[in-house]
Design a protein around this ligand. Structure first.
Ligand SMILES: Cc1cc2nc3c(=O)[nH]c(=O)nc-3n(C[C@H](O)[C@H](O)[C@H](O)COP(=O)(O)OP(=O)(O)OC[C@H]3O[C@@H](n4cnc5c(N)ncnc54)[C@H](O)[C@@H]3O)c2cc1C
Length: 329
C-alpha cells in the first residue's frame, strides 16, 4: 500500500454517502463483522433527511426538516423498522397525519442514531475511485487537489445517480444503467412567522407550490404559541425552470405566494431558502430487478432511486436499498 494513505487499514467495504441508504447498509455490514468505513462530504448525517437549525432574534432557535418532511411505510420490512424506532422513541406519528411519522426531535436524529458506533468520516468528499492490485483506492478532495484516503475490497456508492455516475470509473458496466436517471431539482423555503391565530393555508391548487408542511404542528408542540413555522416545497416543474435564478428572486416569489395563500399580511421572523439539486427520482433504472445494482468489479450502487415503485416513498426506498445491497456483499 502507498505510504501516504490517510487511513492505513484495508477496509472490507467503503460506503460513500451517509444518507439513509448508505448508513443502513453500513450498519448491516458492520453487524456481520465486516470492516466498514463511511465517507460523507457534509458535516453530518442524513443527506436528504437532514435538518437545519435557524436562529431566532431572541436567542432561541428553531429546527426545521430541510428535506423529507415526514415518511410512511408500504412494505412489511420498513413497517417493522418503523415499529422498532417507535418503540425506541426515536420517531412519533405526525400529530396532523397519524399515518405518517417524523423523528421525535428532528428527522436527522434517525440517521444520527443509525450512525452510532459506525466509522464515519465527515466533510470528506470522494472524488475518484481507482483499482490497483484487486483493491479499490478511494481518493478524496484535499486542499492541494486529491489524496489517497483509504483502500477497500468493496465499494458501495450510496449517492444520487448523477453524483454516482461521476464517481464510477470510465467504462464501468454500471454507467449505462444509470446515466439516463433524472432527479428533480427542488427549492425549499423554511420560514417562521408570528401570528396569534393558526394560519389556514391551502396550497393544493397552487401551480408552483407542491406542499406546505406546518412544522410546528407535526410534532405536537411548539416553543412559543405565537410562532408558527413552515416548510414550503416548490413544485418540481417550476423548480426546474427557475433553478438558476438568483436566490433572492426565488425567495421573494415564494414568500409572496405564501402570503397570498394566507390571505393576510404576515410577520416573518426568519426565512431560509435551500436548493436541492437532486430531490426525488423522476424515472427508474433499466434492467434493475433488485433494490441495488452491482458489478463483477465489486462496486455496488444503493439509494432511493434503485428501489422505487409507484406506492413506495423515497425514504422507504433508500432503506430497502441499503438492506438489499448489504445482503449481497
Ligand atoms: C424536499 C424533499 C422532500 C422529500 N419528501 C419526501 C417524503 O415526503 N417522503 C419520503 O419518503 N421521502 C421524501 N424525500 C426523499 C427522501 O429524503 C430520500 O428518498 C432519502 O432521504 C434518500 O436517501 P439516500 O440515502 O438514497 O440518499 P441521500 O439522502 O441523498 O444521501 C446521499 C449522501 O451522499 C453524500 N454524498 C454525495 N456525493 C458524495 C461524495 N462524492 N463523497 C461523499 N459523500 C457524498 C451526500 O452528502 C448525502 O449525505 C424528500 C426529499 C427531498 C429533498
Amino acid at each position: 500500500m502507498k505510504s501516504d494513505v490517510v487511513m492505513d487499514t484495508v477496509m472490507d467495504v467503503v460506503i460513500i454517502g451517509a444518507g439513509m441508504a448508505g448508513l443502513t447498509a453500513a450498519k448491516q455490514l458492520q453487524h456481520r463483522g465486516k470492516k466498514v468505513a463511511v465517507v460523507e462530504k457534509s458535516r453530518g448525517t442524513g443527506g436528504r433527511l437532514s435538518s437545519k437549525r435557524l436562529p431566532l432574534p431572541d436567542d432561541q432557535s428553531l429546527t426545521f426538516d430541510l428535506g423529507c418532511p415526514s415518511f410512511s411505510s408500504e412494505t412489511p420490512q420498513f413497517k417493522a423498522q418503523l415499529d422498532k424506532w417507535l418503540a425506541d422513541e426515536l420517531i412519533v406519528p405526525c400529530a396532523n397525519q397519524p399515518e405518517y411519522y417524523v423523528g421525535r426531535e428532528r428527522n436527522s436524529s434517525i440517521t444520527r442514531h443509525i450512525a452510532k458506533d459506525l466509522n464515519i468520516h465527515f466533510s470528506t468528499r470522494v472524488c475518484r475511485l481507482e483499482k490497483e492490485r484487486e483493491l479499490w483506492q478511494v481518493y478524496t478532495e484535499s486542499p492541494t487537489g486529491e489524496q489517497l484516503f483509504c483502500t477497500a475490497e468493496h465499494i458501495v456508492i450510496a449517492t444520487p445517480p448523477q453524483q454516482t455516475y461521476d464517481l464510477l470509473p470510465k467504462g464501468n458496466s454500471l454507467c449505462p444503467l444509470i446515466e439516463h436517471i433524472k432527479m428533480e431539482p427542488q427549492w425549499v423555503l423554511l420560514l417562521a412567522v408570528r401570528s396569534s391565530t393558526e394560519l389556514k393555508i391551502d396550497s393544493a391548487q397552487h401551480p408552483n407550490i407542491k406542499s406546505i408542511s406546518p412544522e410546528h404542528v407535526k410534532r405536537g408542540a411548539k416553543p412559543d404559541d405565537s410562532v408558527q413555522y413552515y416548510q414550503v416545497q416548490a413544485g418540481e416543474e417550476w423548480s426546474q425552470e427557475t433553478i438558476n435564478w438568483e436566490r433572492t428572486r426565488v425567495e421573494s416569489y415564494l414568500l409572496s405566494e405564501f402570503e397570498a395563500l394566507c390571505e393576510q399580511k404576515i410577520d416573518i421572523i426568519v426565512s431560509h431558502l435551500h436548493r436541492w439539486l437532486y430531490s426525488l427520482p423522476s424515472n427508474t433504472p433499466i434492467d434493475n430487478k433488485e433494490n441495488y445494482l452491482t458489478c463483477s468489479e465489486k462496486i455496488h450502487l444503493s439509494g432511493d432511486y434503485l428501489a422505487t415503485n409507484q406506492s413506495r416513498h423515497g425514504l422507504e426506498c433508500a432503506y430497502l436499498s441499503g438492506i438489499s445491497v448489504a445482503k449481497q456483499i
